[in-house]
Ligand binder design. Structure first.
Ligand code: SAM
Length: 262
């Protein structure tokens, strides 16, 4: 079946990604916790601490799904706000803060909105949910201070288009790009264990918990197809970004790539 082929046609890929995330939306957060043994929480914390959000910032979290990264950014900003002595001033600044979650899949966004409500963020005006495609963003030129994409760029059809939208269009000068993504493990022995875990355990758990082996099989294959850490650095630099670098976490199971728009 197409889900097990490594040569997925482009249209096929878009359709598949749509199906995958529609069918996993309701079990997405639980599956994340199970498959990463909770580690995705620490990886997202690390992403947000590298971003170092500031009050008043306009930030876009692309492929933001059910809101994990956006919630962390808001938490970070709220703790800054509570520490501040000039509360009134900070409140004014906070009014203008915009943390935008953009995702192509409305099911994922709906799960996110529900979670926001449960967290008491339902009325928070700085949290904005937008349905949209990373390859063709509907935001103004040079309008954003920050851009994050977590476990999202692996699923898009044209990585180059996504990077070009970030660099040449939506980010302001001085704006930062940060990408958290499952990457390539090169550490011997650990690599073999990790491959076994990816190809045998994950699809089986997907079937058991989400009743959906194919979607999780697809996710594992998309990790293999994704460019290596160094190749991805070149792609980000080719889009125009400066100071491109990355940090491996857990031996490269995930990496955080970053770049600046000067
Ligand atoms: N960032 C969230 C997180 O870390 O929990 C969600 C990651 S989830 C693995 C990948 C998300 O990418 C899905 O919600 C999917 O709908 C979204 N996605 C896939 N292709 C996209 C595109 N072209 N533009 C925007 N979002 C996309």
């Amino acid at each position: 079946s197409h889900a097990t082929s490594f040569e997925v046609h482009e249209e096929e890929k878009s359709r598949l990604v749509g199906n995958v995330f529609s069918s996993v939306a309701s079990s997405y957060d639980l599956m994340n916790d199970i498959m990463s043994v909770g580690l995705h929480r620490l990886w997202k914390d690390r992403l947000v601490s590298k971003l170092n959000p500031f009050p008043g910032m306009k930030h876009l979290d692309v492929a933001g799904g059910t809101g994990d990264v956006a919630f962390r950014i808001l938490e970070a900003l709220n703790s800054v706000k509570h520490r501040a002595t000039q509360d009134v001033l900070e409140d004014n600044l906070h009014e203008e803060t915009q943390i935008i979650v953009c995702d192509i899949n409305p099911n994922m966004l709906n799960v996110g909105k529900k979670r926001a409500m449960e967290r008491g963020l339902g009325e928070d005006k700085s949290l904005i949910w937008v349905e949209g495609d990373a390859e063709d963003l509907k935001f103004e030129d040079n309008s954003l201070d920050g851009y994050t994409i977590a476990f999202g760029i692996r699923n898009v059809t044209h990585i180059e288009k996504v990077l070009a939208e970030a660099y040449s269009r939506v980010l302001k000068r001085g704006g930062r790009f940060l990408c958290l993504e499952l990457n390539h493990v090169e550490v011997p022995v650990f690599k073999e264990l990790y491959d076994y875990y990816s190809f045998s355990v994950i699809p089986a758990v997907g079937e058991l918990v989400a009743g959906d082996r194919n979607s999780y099989q697809y996710l594992v294959e998309s990790i293999c197809r994704f460019p290596s850490q160094e190749t991805f650095v070149s792609l980000i630099a080719a889009a125009g970004f400066q100071k491109v670098e990355y940090e491996n976490l857990v031996g490269g199971v995930v990496a955080i790539h970053s770049g600046l728009k000067f």
